[in-house]
Design a protein around this ligand. Structure first.
Ligand SMILES: N[C@@H](CCC(=O)N[C@@H](CS)C(=O)NCC(=O)O)C(=O)O
Length: 214
């Protein structure tokens, strides 16, 4: 398998696809495309008509969306537990993942992922606070229901969907308490997350559109 990703510092959707692949030890080659640099769009369009990253290429199969990649991998490796085994938990995991995938636009706009950045206090609009409040409730319910340590017990695609949110909370100084703080720390310390972050810290490109507070 070949996974095409964007800049690790900024590309939250790439991170969401990459994390399960690395966490579950799947065999893949990675190709990084520095977004918005000369020729970047052509490089992506050469593999995906959607022109966005991440893109997974597996032989004749191309999957060009982070959540669809998670689903594809779950189909391809059904015994690994990319989704929870219990049908009710799996339905809930898919729901919170789809909620992230389709929503929280205000959070994503005002607190773009920027692993290297540190802008505590920036981006805390009333709309963003509403998104954060919803995420707090969602995480609390998932953790209470599953008993942790991750949203649905063991690490799943759902946690991958929220790892960039943990990054945003760190960059923009969003405070968490108790079980939510412990969950966010646990997710952040996961070896796959740390590996992604180390690569992000080593990058040097700057994308001005993702740096509204610089
Ligand atoms: N819904 C897509 C979103 C993909 C997306 O927006 N990717 C961004 C990077 S995080 C991108 O490719 N941006 C470059 C561009 O739009 O030209 C997914 O979940 O994979």
């Amino acid at each position: 398998m070949r996974l095409i990703v964007g800049n690790k510092n900024y590309s939250s959707w790439s991170m969401r696809a990459w994390l399960p692949m690395r966490h579950f030890g799947l065999p893949f080659e990675e190709e990084r495309v520095a977004l918005f640099e000369s020729g970047y769009k052509e490089r992506i369009l050469a593999v995906s008509p959607a022109g966005k990253v991440p893109v997974l290429v597996d032989g004749a199969v191309t999957v060009w969306d982070s959540l669809a990649i998670g689903e594809y991998l779950a189909d391809k490796y059904p015994t690994l537990g990319l989704w929870p085994g219990d049908p009710a938990q799996r339905a809930a995991a898919r729901s919170v993942s789809a909620e992230m995938h389709a929503g929280f636009a205000r959070l994503r706009t005002h607190m773009p992922m920027n692993i290297r950045g540190s802008y505590p206090g920036q981006g805390h609009t009333a709309d963003v606070a509403a998104d954060i409040a919803r995420i707090r409730v969602s995480w609390a319910q998932c953790l209470a229901c599953s008993g942790g340590p991750f949203l649905f017990g063991e690490f799943s695609v759902a946690d991958a969907m929220y790892a960039p949110v943990v990054s945003r909370f760190r960059t923009y100084g969003v405070g968490l308490d108790g079980a939510l703080a412990a969950y966010a720390d646990r997710l952040w310390q996961l070896p796959a997350v740390q590996e992604w972050c180390a690569a992000a810290l080593a990058e040097t490109e700057r994308i001005d559109d993702y740096e509204p507070y610089r």
